[in-house]
Write a protein that binds this ligand. Structure first.
Ligand code: ATP
Length: 298
């Protein structure tokens, strides 16, 4: 077979893939039957409220937690048994990095760098200076924001093919946040890296993500392109007298004090809104990402 054609039809191993993932803590369901695949080169923003299960999902996807049910893979390997080769292709920054607290920032970076064939020592040094972190200070004595910055530098300097960041902006000031989002976009755009980051800051999604996955009530309620959301979703308002005409399948609905209804509606496969949107007296409003989040999770 022609080599080019063979490449074109060969199935690729998704950087991250989960099927039927469910998890419980102390009998309480946190994630329920989640299916999610990251396309190579995409930047997926995982958004959800506090406690929605974002960290749990990320940890299960990377094999750092054994889920109650489901199958998780990184570059086609079961997450719970990743080979050393696959581990060097990915970098993960947890929400609160704590490891190696007895080393200085520079010692940690030098130590970790030895495990990565493509380690960028100069980038790491430059970023420490740019982000005002004393290379000789013990990690255990850094503020949470400084500690998180060092871990982000560690992750970026390894030039991973898959970069997973759990609320990377949580402890960062606006300048460091902007630097980080720029780095993420650069890594994905120029180096073709795949990125997953969790957040509840909608503007970060708009700046850096190509795709969005919305985690709510233990489920991924929607997963699509960031640019697509404005076209695909809208808010339908129905006066109280028409509330019986409301579509039954919606992503979120709110009844107001006057009995009127606001619902999140979605276009069908043919691009049409539900029938109720065309009724006289109904109103369809565009929804920005922030409004969509509030309407669904509020
Ligand atoms: N080890 C644990 N034992 C018991 N419950 C847990 C444990 N870890 C997390 N939980 C609970 O599971 C739920 C999801 O937690 P998780 O940290 O995954 O959410 P999150 O979306 O990352 O939250 P946040 O945005 O606040 O960081 C929360 O209700 C949390 O209290």
């Amino acid at each position: 077979m022609n080599a080019v054609l063979q490449n074109a039809v060969e199935p690729f191993d998704a950087p991250l893939q989960v099927r039927g993932l469910s998890h419980r803590y102390e009998g309480q369901s946190v994630l329920s039957q989640i299916d999610l695949t990251l396309q190579p080169g995409s930047v997926l923003g995982l958004i959800g409220r506090n406690g929605a299960g974002k960290s749990t999902l990320i940890r299960a996807m990377l094999g750092l937690l054994q889920p109650a049910e489901g199958d998780c893979q990184v570059f086609g390997e079961p997450s719970l048994g990743l080979s050393d080769r696959t581990k060097t292709r990915l970098a993960y920054v947890p929400q609160q990095p704590e490891a190696l607290a007895w080393l200085t920032a520079q010692q940690m970076l030098d130590y970790v760098g030895r495990f990565y064939p493509q380690w960028q020592a100069t980038f790491a040094r430059d970023m420490l200076r740019k982000w005002d972190i004393a290379p000789n200070k013990l990690l255990g004595k850094l503020s949470p924001g400084e500690r998180q910055r060092v871990d982000l530098i560690r992750a970026l300097a390894s030039q991973p093919e898959l970069l997973v960041l759990d609320e990377p902006a949580a402890a960062l000031d606006p300048v460091a946040r902007r630097d980080l989002l720029r780095e993420i976009a650069l890594r994905a755009g120029e180096a073709g890296a795949t990125v997953l980051f969790s957040t509840h800051i909608v503007s970060d999604l708009e700046r850096a993500a190509s795709d969005i996955a919305f985690l709510h009530d233990g489920k991924v309620l929607l997963h699509c392109g960031v640019d697509e959301t404005k076209e695909r979703f809208a808010r339908l308002w129905l006066p109280a007298s028409m509330s019986a005409a409301a579509p039954t399948q919606t992503l979120g609905s709110r009844r107001h004090a006057d009995g009127s209804l606001s619902l999140v509606i979605e276009r069908d496969a043919q691009g049409r809104w539900p029938q109720a949107a065309g009724l006289p007296g109904a109103r369809v409003d565009a929804l920005g990402l922030e409004d969509l989040f509030v309407e669904i999770a509020g």
